[in-house]
Design a protein around this ligand. Sequence first.
Ligand SMILES: [Zn+2]
Length: 240
Amino acid sequence: MMKIIHLKSPNYISYKKRRNIQSIVIHYTGMRSLQSAVERLISKKYEVSSHYLVSRAGKIMQLVKDNNIAWHAGISNWFNFKNLNKNSIGIELENKGHQYGYQDFPNKQITELIKILKRLKKKFKIQNINITGHSDIAPHRKTDPGEKFPWKKLYKNDLAIWHSLDEKFINNFRLKKLININKKNMVKMIKKLGYSRVLKAGHLDKDFTKAFQRRHRQQLINGIFDQECYLILNSLQKFI
Ligand SMILES: [Zn+2]
């Protein structure tokens, strides 16, 4: 049994009918302390919330009921979904974030997160490709949960997509320039992963590429789509 502490955030839209939940968005709080994060998420003033918050010590808090709409995603796109609050569940992880000193995610926190994800995946029949990070759905505004978030571990728990290439092997292609690549095809492949509406004019700009790297090639976030990124992109096509 999962132990959940119930807190009440006023920042939601109540939903009477059964909500069409198709995705989960993972965030970090990006605040100096857990207390300030909780205060923000339950304060009317800020108009933000999430369904769950998991502390670094592994405490699970629920702030908004699953069937109500929490305000966590903002302007966002994923496949054909626009502004994902309506069709998603938001989970915040306590972490100071890039602004205040980005931290590793402790095992205790990830273990509890995995429990929540397993339960939600089953309850709402959510596909792994729709378990996303905030930076996936809003790459030009957001960097959370960031490159330290263990997507590979989620993949091993059948909760996310991840490439199936040998990491040492693909390392040889890092920082190598793309040559003789059909850029149009490359963009098509990227769009198929869910990034269909987030590319500005179908263009791989630096911020988007960084978001892709935070999600799929976490050791180097430089905003340049190199041969290693391309190999990863190819490997991910099996999930489509
Ligand atoms: Zn976020």
